[in-house]
Design a protein around this ligand. Structure first.
Ligand SMILES: Nc1ncnc2c1ncn2[C@@H]1O[C@H](COP(=O)(O)OP(=O)(O)OP(=O)(O)O)[C@@H](O)[C@H]1O
Ligand SMILES: Cc1ncc(COP(=O)(O)O)c(N)n1
Length: 265
């Protein structure tokens, strides 16, 4: 069985973070493991409280996982402080980790900030160069590239800046654009659009986490990067199309849709 590790925050409401990642990896037939960076008390309406783990405890979780069940691929999500980022960067190097998807989570769908400013600099300087793929959404891509994104051309320019600066592939997600759900992939001085039909569903809590952990699952199974992105986007579209409607705010996706025989693309 292929194995994957998520290094991320726990979401008590189960729609994003560690819980979304484990559900997604599991329905892809991949053995999921976790190293938790923070506990969040959150629901579909917002993040009520965050409790970070200590760098020592994160370090121990990573050591416990890597020295026993080596992950074939790794997803990194919410990491809110520079000390935790340093620990992750050090362990990824020490254990020679491969197939690393970094989702630079900064703000939850509900608007709550999930990272501090110093940590953003550490992400850029210590973690991004180790990534196989970075998956910023549009607001994150604006912060990371220093460019305002209003058009498709702006998305290409921002992705180029990030890809060239960090020497990694970038998938700039277009879920925050108004009419489309097209994601822009940039690697090796070339770009490609991953076109998605926009689904009218206001329950989008955890779309970013789910997409990045689906990509990670496919990488663990040995798919190449572009194929992994196509397959993951198809999975995500099905999870939105299943129209689960839970909670009072922006609710979670139906992660199990692909086990139920419906919603074929
Ligand atoms: N309404 C939608 N219909 C179809 N696809 C969507 C929709 N909204 C988002 N997506 C897709 O979901 C994925 C995540 O994109 P998005 O830009 O929402 O990321 P994100 O902001 O990191 O997610 P999150 O809401 O978890 O923070 C992308 O592939 C995007 O195209
Ligand atoms: C622990 C954790 N990690 C990531 C997100 C971002 O996901 P979203 O933007 O969909 O709320 C979140 N809300 N909580």
């Amino acid at each position: 069985m292929k194995t994957a590790l998520t290094i991320a925050g726990s979401d008590s409401s189960g729609g994003a973070g560690i819980q979304a990642d484990i559900k997604t990896m599991t329905v892809h037939g991949v053995y999921a493991m976790s190293a938790i960076t923070a506990l969040t008390a959150q629901n579909t309406m917002g993040v009520q409280k965050v409790m970070e783990v200590t760098p020592e405890f994160l370090s121990q979780q990573l050591e416990s996982v890597f020295t026993d069940i080596y992950p074939d691929a790794i997803k990194i999500g919410m990491v809110s402080s520079s000390a935790l980022i340093e620990v992750i960067a050090e362990k990824l190097t020490f254990y020679d980790a491969k197939n690393i998807v970094v989702d630079p989570v900064m703000v939850a769908t509900s608007g709550s900030k999930l990272i501090n400013d110093k940590a953003i600099e550490y992400l850029k300087n210590k973690l991004f160069a180790k990534a196989t793929l970075l998956t910023p959404n549009i607001p994150e891509a604006e912060i990371l590239s220093g460019r305002t994104i209003k058009t498709s051309e702006d998305m290409i320019a921002a992705a180029r800046i990030m890809s060239e600066e960090y020497g990694t592939a970038v998938l700039c997600k277009g879920g925050h654009a108004l009419n489309e759900a097209n994601d822009l992939f940039y690697y090796n001085h070339q770009y490609k659009w991953f076109i998605g039909e926009r689904i009218e569903n206001s329950n989008t809590h955890g779309t970013g986490c789910t997409l990045s952990s689906a990509i990670t699952s496919y990488l663990a199974q040995g798919k190449d990067l572009e194929n992994a992105i196509w397959l993951a986007k198809n999975y995500l579209s099905g999870a939105l199309r299943a129209m689960l409607n839970l909670g009072k705010g922006s609710g979670p996706l139906k992660h199990t849709w692909n086990l139920e025989g419906g919603y074929e693309e």
